[in-house]
Design a protein around this ligand. Structure first.
Ligand code: PLP
Length: 473
């Protein structure tokens, strides 16, 4: 603190109080723009108009589940009884909030088939980290200290190996087979080679290719026979809600992305919620406090001797929990239909586009699918250029260049929120683009041309991001 302010003596003033606080007071007035409320409103409106969001156009960003976020979620979250509640208030003061968290846990137990849930983690990646800490603690508690390896498929989200690594595990990659699932032969080889050194496998099912691993029961059998655990990355839960659940697939521990599956706005990195669910034998390791009900009142239980400890300040992102709770209550049995429709929409687009773009895994997909831009690349147009071209047609581009095992990948996830007209419009634009690649590949140098900022230098923006406003002194 001190050193930062010491650099610029002009920021110092006479001490307000004795001690370091003096370093925080400036001596000259801050040169802020002098504006009316109306001008400020116009400024922020203009900034928001520059943004793209799901309310403005189709947003098929694969793996991100950019579904519609019902406004009623926001309305409920902004109830002043929630807004004015402080997390340090007593259990007695907080019965309503605790009840919501407790009930949300019960709902997520039903949806995932797990025996206990923590709502604390604040993102999917944070849930992964928490889950792998639990895996570590479980083996430590069993005095099974050899299990230091985690198996991860080659199409996994990058956060998976990181979450394992940050908990001290070494990662072993298992390849996908021609149908896009885990290569069983290779998995067996890995198990034969490393045996009781393997703590867990981290899987996403359906995986990031949008494909359901049909060998999942065989995989869970192999892993359990080896004394290892199965971890489920639940970011793709929108494909299977109400149809199956990770418990039925044989998983022991899962994380969910409430901000994806259960409709919370999550562009730009937050806030999110990444609850973790576990089977009975892992229950004692969940973070403290757990939310419990003694038949009369709800309370926070800190008395958990085997817990991995706290993973968030307070109890996580409460407002995200309320949004997910509202959404689940509102949807009830229709959650199953949401998954059905998400899968139907993805398959509809896939079938219409596979004549125009390479489809590396030509089988029924789940809620998303991956195309390859290889054919277009051969004609001089990259997937990145196709993505930029889509922006001119008021479509957010799909996720590109991921998963890494598909060249020129385009990962398309329409979600259940869109009408057939919207899907048809996207299909037509994609077909038009494929034709433009044939007739006029050079034109792709010019996109996007209709966005507020046309061609950004992405490397510069990523490495030297500058969002500072320069005051005229
Ligand atoms: C989004 C995602 C994550 C990470 O979730 P965050 O909330 O962004 O941290 C992990 N795995 C998969 C498959 C995802 O799609």
């Amino acid at each position: 603190m001190k050193t930062i302010f010491e650099k610029d003596k002009s920021l110092h003033s006479k001490p307000l109080f004795k001690g370091e606080i003096e370093f925080n007071k400036r001596t000259s007035p801050l040169n802020l723009p002098d504006m009316s409320e109306l001008e400020v409103m116009r400024h922020f409106k203009e900034l928001s108009d520059r943004n793209f969001c799901v309310e403005k156009g189709f947003y098929p960003l694969g793996s991100c589940t950019m579904k519609y976020n019902p406004r009623v979620n926001e309305q409920v979250t902004r109830d002043e009884n929630f807004l004015n509640l402080h997390p340090l208030q007593s259990d007695t003061d907080s019965q309503g909030a605790l009840e919501i968290m407790y009930d949300l846990e019960q709902m997520l137990k039903i949806i995932t088939g797990m025996d206990a849930i923590t709502l604390q983690p604040c993102a999917g990646a944070h849930g992964e980290f928490c889950a792998m800490s639990i895996v570590k603690k479980y083996f430590l508690q069993k005095n099974d200290l050899k299990r230091k390896k985690v198996i991860i498929p080659d199409n996994a989200h990058g956060t998976n190996p990181m979450s394992a690594k940050m908990n001290g595990f070494d990662c072993i990659e298992v390849k996908s087979d021609v149908s896009g699932g885990v290569d069983i032969k290779e998995l067996e080889n890995i198990i034969n080679t490393y045996g009781d050194e393997i703590a867990a496998i981290m899987m996403t099912n359906p995986n990031t290719l949008g494909l359901y691993d049909e060998n999942i029961l065989k995989i869970s059998d192999l892993m359990h026979k080896n004394g290892s655990l199965l971890y489920y990355d639940g970011a793709n839960l929108n494909a299977v809600m109400g149809h199956t659940n990770p418990r039925l697939m044989g998983f022991d521990i899962v994380h969910l992305n409430l901000h994806k599956t259960f409709s919370t706005p999550h562009g730009g990195g937050g806030p999110g919620a990444g609850p973790v669910g576990v089977v009975e034998k892992l229950k004692d390791y969940l973070p403290t406090p757990t939310i419990e009900f003694d038949g009369e009142k709800y309370f926070r239980n800190y008395n958990k001797p085997y817990s991995i400890g706290k993973v968030s300040t307070y109890y996580g992102n409460f407002s995200v929990l309320v949004k997910a709770y509202t959404y689940i209550l509102m949807m009830a049995k229709d959650l199953k239909n949401a998954s059905t429709d998400a899968v139907l929409c993805a398959n509809y687009i896939k079938e219409k586009l596979k004549k125009y773009y390479k489809l590396p895994y030509n089988r029924a997909c789940m809620h998303e699918f991956v195309l390859s831009g290889d054919l277009q690349k051969e004609k001089g147009v990259s997937t990145l250029q196709i993505a930029k071209r889509l922006m001119d047609s008021n479509c957010h581009p799909p996720t590109v260049y991921f998963p890494l095992i598909v060249h020129e990948a385009m990962m398309i996830e329409p979600t259940e929120s869109e009408s057939k007209e919207v899907l048809d419009n996207f299909i037509n634009i994609m077909i038009e683009i494929a034709k433009e690649v044939d007739s006029d590949p050079e034109s792709f140098e010019n996109y996007p041309s209709k966005t507020p900022v046309s061609k950004a230098d992405e490397t510069l923006a990523a490495r030297h991001l500058n969002v500072k406003y320069e005051f005229n002194n």
